[in-house]
Design a protein around this ligand. Structure first.
Ligand SMILES: NC(=O)c1ccc[n+]([C@@H]2O[C@H](COP(=O)([O-])OP(=O)(O)OC[C@H]3O[C@@H](n4cnc5c(N)ncnc54)[C@H](O)[C@@H]3O)[C@@H](O)[C@H]2O)c1
Length: 384
């Protein structure tokens, strides 16, 4: 099942690491550590193989992928030997990256995106193309009446207003082109009634939001522990220090607010009450793609005795995110092939702010994911 993976933000750190990782897996130069779809519980016939994945994408910057990969190798994110070995393959993917459409009305830009997607699908004879947003995080957009209805939206896009934020315009174009859409960022993406209706009209699945790769991943394991032991969490404060393009973008207060909103939700929704404290994200250029998160949790036990725990997470963000991008592309492609439509709430395992928010507990999310994947494999005619 040849499957296209169209990366919005194709020259960014997460996208470049995803492409290098998939090419290295295909060439047998590395193993699938970090790819949960390669665990025995999830592996099976419904998923396209790494060799089946064909990459393309959009980005406003023109830096060749090989140069981006070299910079990531210099920063210790990617092994330099892999980047050196994959030069020809990276150049081939580079040929499939198009400039982010920037001219004309939003309808014109959506039409260019649709044309790029359909030409990519035809050129490579792909069964389907999954559009994955790994572009820079956007601020939360202002509401617009056309967000409520797909026909009103199509009409408004042809006018002079910026009706949709960029992530949602890509989701719109993906649905018009018949492509499933995954949002790995906290941006709005497909989370508008008009876009949900459009996905339904085209019988398409979509997934999101905001890959769960670090501090929030740990929170989604620890918070259920406090809840299950009937301990009262009095405060939970976290400070995240990160560099890289994502960190630089999150230095913008509006983008920062969108990200913090996504990160803050988990603990309150698992516990059923909101403890004191906040999550902060600070940009420290020196850290590059390596992130440090410090969390302090104060809690009360029997007879009100106060206690505390602290943890420190040092993660390489792109190395944690890239295998999940590949997992999400494979699972969403399989869901589309099986005729699933609408929000893929069983993929909550991957996200900080999951669509439909069925649960924020990682263990419960894992249970849903394994059942969902087993059903896809059964549909595809084999056992996982
Ligand atoms: N790394 C992680 O662990 C992680 C976890 C969750 C979410 N994310 C999200 O993933 C996204 C990517 O992170 P990154 O570290 O790769 O950032 P990055 O800054 O390295 O890459 C973003 C890329 O998007 C491109 N871009 C900007 N506007 C665009 C547009 N309109 N169309 C197409 N491309 C556009 C930029 O040119 C850049 O190449 C961010 O939104 C981040 O919040 C990352």
């Amino acid at each position: 099942m040849r499957t296209g993976v169209w990366l919005v933000g194709a020259r960014g750190s997460v996208a470049t690491t995803s492409v290098v990782g998939a090419l290295a897996l295909r060439a047998g130069l590395t193993g699938p550590t970090g790819c949960v779809t390669e665990l025995p519980e999830l592996r099976g016939p419904a998923l396209p193989s790494f060799a089946d994945l064909v990459f393309g994408g959009h980005d406003p910057v023109a830096t060749p992928l090989a140069k981006r990969a070299e910079a990531l190798a210099d920063a210790g994110v990617l092994p330099a030997r892999l980047v050196a070995a994959l030069g020809a393959e990276l150049a081939a993917v580079d040929d499939e990256v198009r400039p982010a459409p920037a001219d004309g009305s939003q309808a014109d830009r959506a039409a260019t995106t649709v044309a790029d997607l359909t030409a990519f699908r035809a050129r490579h004879r792909l069964g389907r193309v999954v559009v994955v947003n790994v572009s820079a995080t956007e601020p939360v957009p202002a509401p617009h009446p056309a967000h409520a209805d797909p026909d009103a939206l199509a009409a408004a896009l042809a006018g002079p207003d910026e009706v949709l934020p960029s992530s949602s315009l890509y989701a719109y174009a993906a649905f018009v082109a018949g492509c499933p859409y995954v949002d790995f960022t906290p941006s709005t993406g497909a989370r508008l009634p008009a876009l949900e209706a459009l996905a339904d009209r085209h019988g398409l699945p979509y997934a999101g939001h905001d890959g769960k790769t670090g501090e929030t991943l740990v929170k989604s394991v620890l918070a259920p522990m406090f809840a299950m032991r009937h301990l009262t969490v009095r405060s939970w404060s976290g400070t995240n220090l990160l560099g890289g393009g994502d960190g630089a973008n999150l230095a913008d207060p509006d983008a920062n607010a969108a990200k913090v909103r996504s990160k803050d939700r988990v603990v309150g929704e698992i516990l059923g009450y909101v403890p004191q404290g906040h999550t902060r994200i600070d940009y420290v250029e020196e850290l590059g793609d390596f992130k440090t998160a410090w969390d302090l949790v104060t809690f009360a036990g029997f007879l009100g005795t106060g206690m505390r725990m602290e943890f420190t997470w040092h993660g390489c963000d792109s190395a944690l995110a890239a295998p999940l991008v590949l997992d999400l592309a494979r699972l969403t492609a399989a869901a589309h092939a099986a005729g699933r439509r609408g929000p893929l709430i069983d993929l909550a395992f991957f996200f900080k702010d999951p669509l439909g928010a069925p649960t924020h507990s990682l263990v419960e999310q894992w249970d849903r994911l394994t059942r969902f994947t087993a059903a896809l494999h059964a549909d595809a005619g084999g056992a996982a």
